[in-house]
Write a protein that binds this ligand. Structure first.
Ligand code: ZN
Length: 189
């Protein structure tokens, strides 16, 4: 499910609109992130937590260096903690705390305790890193899930995964939100 946040009240509105407008992200021109991603996939499949953590840290360090932002910390948890920062979605795989610049990702789903798929894990890592970029690169006071946010996340994910970027199509939803038009998006490759 990809649903944007509702626009905030007046005070933060300009930042929200800017976040919505920035639909892409510069990408490294070398193969560093894709190659770390391959190691990460092996680590996840082997299921060794400390290898997963080390490889996530390598990924985030390389990305932070490229975007010229301070490095963020990472914790890899076995299962979803009881309290999570992001409360807007039903099934969550990670979070980011701007005050401590810490990303947490977990390897098991909350509901059925199944191992998170690699694609979901990687897209979560990219999602949380894009929250870090919102504060540290773009200087937003909050990090909203706008259409731009999801598109920046997708650009980073597809670069890391080595898969072609799809054009994302959006449909208006209630309360000024947007949701992905999957049938149209999936036809667009
Ligand atoms: Zn988020």
């Amino acid at each position: 499910m990809m649903l944007t946040d509702a626009p905030p009240r007046k005070a933060n509105h300009a930042g929200f609109l800017e976040s919505d407008r920035i639909r892409t992200l510069d990408l490294p021109q070398d193969g560093r992130l894709p190659s770390i991603t391959e190691s990460l996939e092996l680590a996840i499949k082997a299921g060794v937590n400390k290898d997963v953590r080390r490889t996530c840290a390598e990924f985030l360090d390389a990305a932070s260096e490229f975007y010229k932002v301070p490095a963020c910390g990472v914790r890899v948890l076995a299962a979803r903690p009881l309290r999570v920062r992001e409360s807007w979605s039903t099934e969550l795989f990670g979070d980011y705390t701007p005050e401590t610049m810490l990303i947490r990702v977990w390897m098991r789903t909350a509901v059925r305790k199944e191992i998170t798929s690699f694609d979901t894990f990687l897209s979560t890592l990219c999602h949380e890193f894009c929250h870090h970029l919102d504060y540290q690169k773009f200087g937003f006071h909050d990090s909203w899930h706008t259409r731009g946010f999801y598109e920046r996340t997708a650009v980073l994910y597809h670069h890391a995964r080595g898969t072609p970027m799809k054009t994302l199509f959006w449909l208006p939803a209630k309360g000024g939100r947007w949701r992905i038009d999957w049938p149209r998006t999936n036809r667009s490759i």
